[in-house]
Design a protein around this ligand. Structure first.
Ligand SMILES: [Zn+2]
Length: 84
């Protein structure tokens, strides 16, 4: 696909992380975890518990723009409740 930001052809590959990444709109402060976040897991991963998760998740069908660095990848959004 073409980059939605700059329009250049994107490179296809897979993205790898250590643990599930998370996404939030909150500003993170030192030593304070965000209270409102969603974890991003691979579409076919078993995310029912932290023990069944792949510790090195792979996100296939990721695309990166070599021009502006934008990365696009499909994922499952897992709501995480704030811990007390
Ligand atoms: Zn781009």
């Amino acid at each position: 696909m073409n980059c939605p930001k700059c329009g250049k052809e994107m490179l296809r590959g897979s993205m790898h992380t250590q643990k599930y990444p998370f996404w939030t709109q909150q500003e993170l402060r030192f030593f304070k975890a965000p209270t409102d976040l969603v974890e991003l897991g691979p579409l076919d991963d078993d995310d029912t518990s932290v023990f069944t998760r792949d510790p090195f998740p792979e996100f296939p069908d990721a695309e990166i723009c070599q021009e502006c660095g934008l990365v696009v990848f499909p994922c499952k959004m897992i709501e995480k409740k704030a811990e007390k």
